[in-house]
Ligand binder design. Structure first.
Ligand SMILES: [Zn+2]
Length: 99
């Protein structure tokens, strides 16, 4: 089972909980104040990577390590911020939010 991070809306207590994927959106009771804990959405490292043509790099990217290697070759550094921004309209980099 995957590990999800939940945070209490009341007391902000945060816990990591193993949950079945189908239950990931269900709030869990807080062990602290009996409030409800909602899953904290995060950008996760995905294990499914779709190959795509990266205009920024000028080549096909087949995997994360592929892209990293190519960026290193070109002397580029990963920019997390830009990765998120580019998700909207960009082709240069991609980040896929957890579902
Ligand atoms: Zn709480």
């Amino acid at each position: 089972m995957p590990l999800y991070t939940f945070r209490c809306e009341h007391c902000s207590t945060q816990v990591d909980e193993q949950r079945p994927v189908e239950d990931r959106r269900h709030p869990i009771p807080c062990g602290h104040c009996k409030g409800l804990m909602e899953r904290v959405p995060e950008m996760c490292v995905i294990d499914t990577f779709e190959p795509y043509y990266d205009e920024g790099l000028g080549c096909d990217v087949h995997s994360r390590s592929d892209r990293k290697a190519e960026m290193a070759r070109l002397g580029l550094v990963e920019a997390e911020r830009r990765e998120t921004q580019c998700m909207v309209g960009g082709t240069m980099t991609r980040a896929i939010p957890c579902r």
